[in-house]
Design a protein. Structure first.
Length: 211
């Protein structure tokens, strides 16, 4: 019998993981104070997980689809060595400008390049290979983003995809965006080009390894 996670266990695992840097903590608070929903951001445990992936893979070049105010991009950048790069795109000028100005105030901002473009357009002009591709954009195009990232990521590189359980809605995927995510979960599982694991981190984090 599977036991439910006890109340407070998320706080416990966060407490015994490395804490957020002062820059990431400030970014989270400033996003909240601007009136933006922090549900669109990562949280402390996910940020540390992304940083761990960079350290474990020795990544130097990362692509990110979907930026918001830059929480995940900054987490990646903090773990990259000098000369490493995060290339990220988004279509929201307000939040992208905010992220750009915020990054300029941090010691890792020079590692981040921002493009104000739709992800599908960005994918047509960006060149690989990348060590890690991170997908966190509009759900309706997740399948197209995944196919592009499989081509752009290097062999033995990683694709990380956020929001892959959609608050449990994948169990009954009626919404088009949720249906796209559900179909992609099945596609990745059956894709002979990759190994994968779907982790119950936040709203479902799909970790894909290109063989």
């Amino acid at each position: 019998m599977i036991e439910l996670r006890p109340l407070g266990i998320e706080d416990y695992v966060e407490r015994y993981s490395k804490p957020l840097s002062s820059s990431l903590e400030k970014l989270w608070l400033e996003t909240f104070n601007m009136g933006h929903s922090t549900k669109m951001m990562g949280w402390a445990l996910e940020a540390e997980f992304l940083k761990m992936l960079v350290l474990m893979t020795g990544a130097r070049r990362i692509m990110q689809l979907g930026l918001f105010t830059g929480f995940s991009a900054l987490a990646f950048a903090e773990a990259l060595p000098r000369g490493g790069t995060v290339i990220a795109c988004d279509t929201n000028r307000e939040t992208t400008d905010f992220a750009k100005h915020y990054f300029a105030e941090t010691q890792h901002g020079e590692k981040i390049q921002l493009k104000l473009l739709p992800a599908l357009t960005f994918l047509k002009v960006v060149t690989g290979p990348f060590d890690i591709c991170h997908i966190n954009a509009d759900r309706e195009n997740y399948g197209a983003y995944y196919d592009a990232c499989v081509d752009l990521v290097r062999p033995r590189g990683l694709i990380v995809i956020d929001n892959m359980v959609q608050s449990g809605k994948v169990l009954d995927p009626r919404d088009p965006g949720v249906a796209e995510v559900n179909a992609l979960n099945k596609k990745i599982r059956d894709d002979a080009r990759v190994e994968n694991v779907l982790l119950p981190v936040r709203d479902g984090l799909m970790l894909v390894y290109k063989v």
